[in-house]
Design a protein around this ligand. Structure first.
Ligand SMILES: C[S@@+](CC[C@H](N)C(=O)[O-])C[C@H]1O[C@@H](n2cnc3c(N)ncnc32)[C@H](O)[C@@H]1O
Length: 231
């Protein structure tokens, strides 16, 4: 069913402990081995949050661009860049419209971002990423899973359909979450070459074995896809 677009940013100012969002993700960092060491390399951090990957890629000497719908995220990223003497072009914007010409970027990273939307909007985001990637360019990101691991959190959330909910309260108040089946992932990336697709689960403390076995972790697909050469 077609639904109205809902695009809402994280309320970063309400998040007391941001430490989990300050260290870049390991697999994201390892992408530098595929990219090489050229200052001409262009990287886009889509939904940059408070900037951990923007700062990391700027520190590699790349030409870095970033955006987030939340003004407070843009400010925090610029503040962090300023503190460490690095530069990147960071703008406020919705992920469904990427304000750059076709065939611009060698890498787009969007970690824990693109599922914050209705399914139709996720298709828009992915076609925008396809458009702005150079042929052979990489797109790395995550999606949350429906068919494994992740509890489809009921609590007070507003359930829109079998795969979509809108969170009520907290830093994600008003933000949609789309939970993907593997078939959705294959459909999303039908125009790309899928280089790797990994499933992982994040568990919550306490980290004793009884607790871990009793939990269903927060399950994500991590994807690395490439725009085919010749497009
Ligand atoms: C879980 S945080 C991840 C931040 C960052 N990618 C990281 O890994 O640290 C999700 C981010 O996506 C942003 N976001 C949510 N919906 C968005 C949209 N429609 N357009 C752009 N950014 C969005 C939020 O404001 C938030 O900063």
């Amino acid at each position: 069913m077609k639904r109205e677009s809902i695009q809402v940013g994280w309320k970063w100012l309400d998040l007391k402990d941001k430490s989990g969002w300050e260290i870049p993700d390991g697999p994201v960092m390892s992408l530098v081995y595929s990219l090489g060491q050229d200052p001409e390399i262009k990287v886009y951090d889509l939904g940059c949050g408070i900037g951990r990957h923007t700062v990391f890629f700027a520190a590699q000497g790349y030409d870095v661009y970033a955006s987030d719908i939340a003004e407070e995220a843009v400010q925090a990223t610029n503040t962090w860049l300023g503190k460490v003497g690095l530069t990147a072009n960071v703008k406020q914007g919705r992920m469904t419209e990427i304000d750059h010409p076709d065939n611009t970027f060698d890498l787009v990273v969007s970690y824990n971002v693109i599922y914050h939307a209705m399914k139709d909007d996720i298709f828009k985001v992915i076609s925008e990423v396809f458009r702005v990637l150079k042929p052979g360019g990489m797109f790395y990101g995550t999606l949350i899973t429906k068919d494994k691991g992740t509890p489809f959190r009921m609590q007070d959330n507003l359930i829109l359909d079998d795969q979509t909910l809108v969170v009520k309260g907290g830093v994600e108040d008003g933000i949609p979450h789309f939970f993907s089946y593997i078939d959705d992932v294959l459909e999303f990336f039908k125009d790309f070459n899928i280089e790797s697709l990994v499933y992982d689960e994040v568990f919550s403390a306490p980290f004793d074995i009884d607790n871990l076995l009793a939990q269903k972790g927060s399950g994500h697909f991590r994807f690395l896809v490439k725009k085919p050469i010749g497009n």
